[in-house]
Structures are given as structure tokens and as C-alpha cells.
Design a protein around this ligand. Structure first.
Ligand SMILES: [Zn+2]
Ligand SMILES: [Zn+2]
Length: 316
């Protein structure tokens, strides 16, 4: 199994998680073009992607999802609330009743079914064209509904589902979005468990429990408390980040690693670092100090995810 963090931070998040048979993308918070470029850079063939999973509707997690899913003709997995919030954010002036919403979803489903029955020349064409990402956003017809997706799949936090040979467990996280979640991705065939937990106001017991037994953990280490307090953000934004539905500090991450973490991971990836209010060296030091007494020979390697470029794949 492998995890490849394509991007992490407030300007965009996306991570590939793959077994030998199945490849999924957790979040699509860069442009389609950039997502495809970064996948190629790390040797992940976009044509092999089975699905996109969305943690929540904030732009830094979802910006490229529509174009990417339409290009690759792959399903997008959301909670229903997250999907609705995303559609609303792209159609701000329409107020839709729930009945209208259901009609819209039904119409889209029928459209997708018809398209599947009568594949047009473009739909039948190979997905892995060399220039797939060239002008990915630009070459769509201007009238393309930005909210249309080839296939929408709903999940609920706390209820497992399966994509190929990957077992996915979504878990609720405290964050100021409609229905935000993290994911544990388990491949029973390979006996490996990987998890993504960012955008955490704090770590409630259900999150700590979900992260037990993970082999690779992408965990938020957003800000240094002093840098945030002294930094350039307006007070209202500082309060939002610090709140219980905001983002997790280096200190809170270290506290989890020292007190609650089971010590069994091969690699811990610190992610969603603030460019304004954090210093990668501080985040790394806080986590390493917290892990001080945990065995290093078997793992507990700490690496920092980056905003501007993908990390090397972590293979287990
Ligand atoms: Zn975010
Ligand atoms: Zn967020």
C-alpha cells in the first residue's frame, strides 16, 4: 500500500492512497490541471484512479473535484450534507427546497444513465491521453454546470464502505463545515491501515479511537500558538482558527502524540501547516519531542507535507 500527499495546506489538499489493486484520491483541493500534473510527477497514473473521496466542502479540499471527476469519469464520494453544501456554494443565489434538490439529483442520475447507455465519441475515448490535463479547466464547454458529476456516492460517518479492495471508515471531525470527516483506509489483503485527519478543531475521543492501529497517519499540525497570536491575521480569524471547530496547533498535535497515540505507525505525516502562522521546523520539533520515548527503530518517522510540491510516496 502507499500514500502520496500531493499537496497539504490552506491553498489546497489532496492525497493518493493506493493498494496494489485500487487507487483513490482523498480531497481534490487544487485545480484539475495541477492535480493531474502532480500525480504524474510522482508516477501515479490518473487513469487508474477509482474514485475521489471528499472530507468537507472547503475550497482547499474540493476546488478541482468537478473538473477532475468529469475528465476521468469517476465517482465522487461525499456525505449528503457535504455534497449539498458544495452545490450551494457554487449556486449561491438559488435557494433550493429539499424536494427541488431531490428532483435535480434524480435528473442528473437519469442523464448519467443515458450517457452510459449511449457513449459518445469523447466518452468512449481513452482516458489516459497524454494531454489529458492540458487546459483541463479551459477546454470544458462554457455552459458546463460546475456542480455536475458523473457519479455521486453518499456515505455516512461511522459507516464503513468499500472501493475495490480498500475498506474505508469515515469518522466525524470537529470543524466549521457542513459534515466534515476524516478517513481510515484499510487494505485487509495487505494488512495495512492509513488515515487522513486534518482540519481538526480538536481531537475528540472518536477521532483518537479511529486513529488507533494506523500504519501511516496524515495528521494536522496547523499553527504555532505564539506565531498565530502575534501574527498578521485579524482577531476574528485568529479566533476561528483557535476555536474548537478550527485548526489544530503544533501543541495539540504533540499532546496527542505524547498521551494518546499508540506508537505503532511507520510514518506520521504532519500536514495542513499554515504558511503564515507556523514554521516547519517548529512543527517537526514539537512532534519529535512528543514521540521522544516511543521506539524509533520500528517506525514513528515524522515527515512534513508540503503545499507547493508532492511528497515522495510512502510505501509499506
Ligand atoms: Zn483545509
Ligand atoms: Zn476546512
Amino acid at each position: 500500500m502507499r500514500m502520496t500527499v500531493l499537496a497539504s495546506g490552506s491553498k489546497g489538499n489532496s492525497t493518493v492512497i493506493a493498494s496494489a489493486r485500487t487507487r483513490i484520491l482523498v480531497d481534490a483541493g487544487l485545480s484539475c490541471r495541477e492535480l493531474l500534473r502532480r500525480m504524474r510527477l510522482v508516477g501515479e497514473d490518473p487513469a487508474e484512479l477509482s474514485a475521489v473521496l471528499i472530507t468537507h466542502e472547503h475550497q482547499d479540499h474540493i476546488a478541482g473535484v468537478g473538473t477532475l471527476a468529469r475528465k476521468l469519469r469517476i465517482p465522487v464520494f461525499f456525505t449528503e450534507s457535504t455534497h449539498r453544501a458544495w452545490v450551494r456554494s457554487l449556486t449561491p443565489r438559488t435557494t433550493m427546497t429539499y424536494a427541488q434538490w431531490l428532483d435535480k439529483m434524480q435528473a442528473e442520475k437519469e442523464l448519467a444513465q443515458r450517457a452510459a447507455l449511449e457513449p459518445s465519441a469523447t466518452e468512449a475515448g481513452p482516458v489516459a491521453e497524454v494531454d489529458l490535463c492540458a487546459g483541463a479547466e479551459a477546454d470544458e464547454a462554457p455552459r458546463t454546470d460546475p456542480t455536475s458529476l458523473p457519479d455521486v456516492q453518499y456515505f455516512r460517518s461511522g459507516q464503513d464502505f468499500q472501493i475495490g479492495d480498500l475498506h474505508i471508515t469515515p469518522f466525524t471531525i470537529p470543524h466549521d463545515a457542513a459534515d466534515p470527516c476524516g478517513f481510515v483506509v484499510h487494505c485487509p489483503a495487505e494488512g495495512i491501515r492509513m488515515a487522513v485527519a486534518t482540519d481538526l478543531g480538536y481531537m475528540p475521543p472518536n477521532v483518537k479511537a479511529a486513529l488507533k492501529g494506523t500504519d501511516v497517519l496524515l495528521l494536522e499540525s496547523n499553527h504555532d500558538l505564539e506565531m498565530l497570536k502575534d501574527g498578521p491575521y485579524p482577531w476574528s480569524v485568529k479566533q476561528r482558527v483557535l476555536s474548537r471547530v478550527g485548526h489544530q496547533s503544533n501543541h495539540a498535535t504533540a499532546e496527542f502524540l505524547a498521551r494518546d497515540y499508540d506508537g505503532g505507525a511507520h510514518t506520521i505525516v504532519l500536514g495542513h501547516l499554515s504558511e503564515q502562522n507556523n514554521n516547519p521546523a517548529l512543527a517537526l520539533l514539537a512532534a519529535q519531542e512528543a514521540l521522544g520515548h516511543k521506539p524509533k527503530l520500528l517506525g514513528n518517522r515524522v515527515v512534513l507535507a508540503e503545499q507547493g510540491l508532492p511528497l515522495d510516496p510512502i510505501r509499506l
